[in-house]
Design a protein around this ligand. Structure first.
Ligand code: F6R
Length: 607
């Protein structure tokens, strides 16, 4: 979603702002802009589309000045256009905004009544005009910004810049994260630490409701009541290499390839020294206390929950309810006292997931989150936050975060099973020994890259693709379909194989590839029967299975992909690789923007 940067520096701000915005590109955007103050004069440049358009504009119409703000916009109110792009400027005020101002219509009506004219369709312009009205009423820039922030409802991160003020930025956070970067005689603002990576590794995250008054020499933070507060300054591990493509054509390719390494890291973090037990960083999680688990997330993270439902129920015998956060938060589900609520999120900032978490506070016995971004709101608002240790994920389509989420959830399910006496210490040790083989198996699955590339070239011609799976491979079928549609723009659906004949089989024809994930496990024969039903109706099947499975079922199949054999329980983690590589190569064959697919944002901070 939208990205914010602010600079009070000792060098020209424009190149620094554009560079920082580049680091925020991964969040998804459709226009961008910057504003600076130079010789007391506030000016701005904005462009639709990729940042290169803004850079080109700046070549022809440069912006001087060492103080500035910048923004990448993901449209919510008003189409992507230069007029609607940020920074929004009203009189002496420029502002950049991430989030949604819910009461903007009321504010707009009141400002219109006072004679202020609106030229955009955005909620953000209201913020700029309100601040202008306060300045014109005689307030100082700081007081005008604070009075404006106080009047706003909704979720937002904001950064203000004022005409005539070359040493002042005002930042505010309510619902959308914002960080301040501390330099030597210069200070910065960024939506996340990644934006600040090339400027500083000293970062302070604003808390909910905080406002910060920033100059080159000082940062003063006030809470929502106006009381001055101290927030922890942290040194962030800015391993710049981890946010480069490292020789890959796309971040997504790099992140798919990283999976053996990051999963090995996650395993070594959670496994005891002898590898026979699971050590959770927080001892407060006692699985004998719970009689039910509720898991809530969005998108790919939801499919990780869906997979984990099979594990928790089959191995730990704990009933699990799952839901997408956008539905869960409004359906007012009753919650029994002995519920463990688990929220899964790569970014830790997804607005619906955060709202669902807040709904569960005081109702569930424990709020547990499984997150990638350790400093995120979801992590901070949980009783226990378990890191997935995937490292920075830049590609909008989630890959390594998904497999790391699965790994951590598998460990949790095994821990629950052992604690509840459902499995012996020996069985746990055996399952963990299985799990430790995963990085090696993932590496072998990555060797299928060329085969999957060839298959994907053919898939790229398709208009519709179906994915089938049974048991824990069903959520993977859903994830495979999501991955394919989001980056290749080919329509795809995932179905439980057994459900096909209850309707979707009507879609089968010789033009619709059907991708079947079927390791040779206890459910294999059932899945193969469903696959035969597809082939009997002229459907062309791509069967992803192992040596044993292909020996039995390859006849009449359009294409096969032979996977390494994998212990049954962990097959969804291994089979995520072909699901991801199929989507990736199909998108490359279609020439889409793989890392920043149209209309999508990496961190969805609006509902
Ligand atoms: C799909 C994808 C999204 C996210 C979803 C939740 O590839 O990345 O579906 O999984 O927006 O995001 P997080 O995990 O940040 O809460």
């Amino acid at each position: 979603m939208c990205g914010i940067v602010g600079v009070l520096g000792n060098h020209e701000a424009a190149p620094i702002l554009v560079e920082a915005l580049k680091r925020l590109e991964y969040r998804g955007y459709d226009s961008a802009g910057i504003a600076t103050v130079h010789n007391g004069h506030l000016d701005r440049r904005r462009a639709v589309g990729k940042l290169v358009n803004l850079s080109d504009l700046l070549v022809h119409e440069p912006l001087a000045g060492k103080a500035g703000i910048g923004h990448t916009r993901w449209a919510t109110h008003g189409a992507p256009s230069v007029t609607n792009a940020h920074p929004h400027k009203a009189g002496p005020v420029a502002v950049v905004h991430n989030g949604i101002i819910e009461n903007f219509r009321e504010l707009r009506t009141a400002l219109s009544a006072k004679g202020y004219d609106f030229v955009t369709q955005t909620d953000t312009e209201t913020v700029a005009l309100l601040a202008q009205s306060h300045v014109e009423a005689g307030l100082s820039p700081v007081d005008a910004a604070v009075a404006t922030i106080d009047a706003l409802e909704g979720a937002f991160a904001l950064c203000f810049l004022f005409d005539g003020e070359e040493d002042l930025l005002i930042a505010a956070r309510k619902g959308s994260p914002l960080a301040i970067g501390h330099g030597q005689g210069e200070n910065f603002v960024g939506s996340d630490a990644i934006a600040l990576a090339q400027m500083t590794d000293q970062v302070t995250y604003l808390d909910e409701g905080d406002r910060a008054v920033i100059t080159r020499e000082s940062v003063s933070i006030f809470d929502a009541t106006g009381a001055q507060v101290q927030r922890e300054r942290r040194t962030i591990a800015m391993d710049a290499a981890r946010i480069e493509k490292a020789g890959h054509k796309h971040f997504m390719a790099k992140e798919i390839a990283e999976q053996p390494t990051v999963i090995a890291e996650a395993l070594s973090y959670y496994l005891s020294q002898d590898g026979a037990d699971i050590t959770l960083p927080n001892p407060g999680l006692d699985f004998t206390q719970y009689d039910r688990v509720v898991m809530v997330a969005c998108g790919t993270a939801f499919y990780a929950c869906y997979t984990a439902k099979y594990w928790f129920e089959q191995v730990a015998r704990l009933p699990v309810e799952i839901d997408v956060a956008s539905e869960f938060r409004y359906r007012e589900p009753p919650v029994s006292a002995n519920t463990l609520a688990i929220f899964v999120s790569q970014s830790g900032e997804t607005a619906d997931t955060l709202a669902a978490l807040r709904y569960m506070k005081g109702k569930a016995k424990t709020i547990l989150s499984v997150v990638n971004v350790a400093e995120s709101s979801i992590a901070r608002e949980s009783d226990i936050a378990l890191p997935i240790l995937a490292g920075v994920e830049v590609g909008v389509a989630s890959t390594k975060a998904f497999s790391c989420q699965l790994t951590v959830l598998a460990l949790l399910a095994l821990k629950a099973a052992r604690t509840r006496g459902e499995i012996s210490a020996e069985t746990l040790a055996a399952r963990l020994s299985d799990l430790r083989t995963l990085p090696g198996l993932l590496t072998r699955a990555l060797d299928l890259d060329e085969t999957l590339n060839a298959v994907s070239n053919e898939l790229s011609e398709a208009k519709d693709v179906l994915f089938l799976g049974r048991g824990a491979m069903f959520p993977l079928a859903l994830e495979g379909a999501l991955k394919l549609k989001e980056i290749s723009y080919i329509h795809a659906e995932g179905y439980a194989s057994g459900e096909l004949k209850h309707g979707p089989i009507a879609l089968i024809d010789s033009h619709t590839p059907v991708i079947v994930f079927a390791p040779h496990d206890a459910l294999f024969d059932k899945t193969v029967s469903n696959m035969q039903e597809v082939m009997a109706r002229g459907g062309k099947v791509l069967l992803v299975s192992d040596k044993k499975g292909l020996e039995v079922a390859r006849e009449g199949v359009w294409q096969t992909v032979q996977m390494p054999e994998v212990p049954d329980l962990f097959a969804p983690i291994l089979y995520a690789i072909p699901a991801q590589l199929i989507a990736y190569h199909t998108a490359v064959a279609k020439g889409t923007d793989v890392d920043q697919p149209r209309n999508l944002a990496k961190s969805v901070t609006v509902e």
